[in-house]
Design a protein around this ligand. Structure first.
Ligand SMILES: C[S@@+](CC[C@H](N)C(=O)[O-])C[C@H]1O[C@@H](n2cnc3c(N)ncnc32)[C@H](O)[C@@H]1O
Length: 236
């Protein structure tokens, strides 16, 4: 399942920009700060990513902590959104881009914003009824409807507090122009973009700073390669 794992166990001052590297089929996963490693990577067809929004979701989703998510409050992964400089590096890393959280990020106007309509279960509650992605695609606004509560995407045992449904990422990949075969996710979390890339037969490079989520991504992507027919149900 895991073809190779190598790398130093801690940052070194110069040469090595990652703490660990895992190669799983056509997927290469880095345990690293994307700021350090992005300049060392090859140019990719597309970035498909879901960065931290800087709203403190790691301490409890929403700033009032209405939905404490057991066991992960020690990780401060959502304290800050990526800076304009990091976003600029990410935009230069690929030809096309799909970046979730546009309402929290300093990005320019876009023709094609993607809307994830979360459906009836999210109407008139504290939480957002939809999520928005910025894209550099030359097409009209697109809407994907999937109710994560009704579809049981937010089940106990998921690997990341803001884990996206695999089906949402399947849809994102389907919107990219033909020939977009190498996909980068610099904020991969539990590797949902990578799972969708395995399903779609695309090469994937993922970067994650937290060991717990990096290990979850390795496991999920390995499982996706072994059991593609089970991808739409259960843990993935
Ligand atoms: C919103 S979450 C992504 C969740 C993902 N979409 C999923 O389905 O699991 C953003 C992730 O980016 C990671 N992160 C934050 N800053 C980072 C950085 N500078 N480099 C790499 N990863 C980072 C966080 O640890 C967090 O897991």
């Amino acid at each position: 399942m895991l073809d190779s794992v190598h790398g130093p166990t801690s940052y070194t001052s110069g040469a090595c920009a990652y703490r660990r590297k895992a190669v799983i089929g056509d997927c290469t996963l880095y345990l690293a700060d994307c700021e350090r490693i992005l300049p060392t990577l090859e140019h990719m067809s597309a970035v498909v990513t879901d960065p931290p929004y800087g709203i403190g979701a790691s301490a409890g989703v929403g700033k009032y902590g209405l939905m404490k998510w057991g066991g992960h409050a020690d990780l401060k992964w959502d304290d800050a959104a990526p800076s304009p400089e990091v976003l600029d590096t990410i935009l230069r890393a690929a030809d096309y881009h799909i970046i979730w959280g546009v309402n929290y990020l300093p990005l320019p106007p876009a023709r094609c914003v993607l809307v994830w309509d979360k459906g009836a279960c999210f109407r008139n509650r504290y939480f957002a009824e939809a999520e928005l992605a910025w894209t550099s695609l030359d097409r009209p606004v697109k809407i994907f409807t999937r109710d994560p509560l009704a579809r049981k995407d937010y089940h106990r045992g998921r690997d990341h507090p803001t884990q996206k449904p695999v089906q949402l990422l399947d849809w994102c990949l389907s919107l990219l122009p033909a020939g977009c075969d190498t996909i980068l996710d610099p904020f991969m979390g539990s590797g949902t973009t990578g799972v969708a890339c395995v399903k779609a037969g695309k090469r994937f490079v993922g970067i994650e700073r937290e060991l717990r989520y990096f290990e979850a991504a390795c496991r999920r992507i390995g499982e996706a390669r072994q059991r593609p027919s089970l991808l739409d149900v259960g843990r993935v």
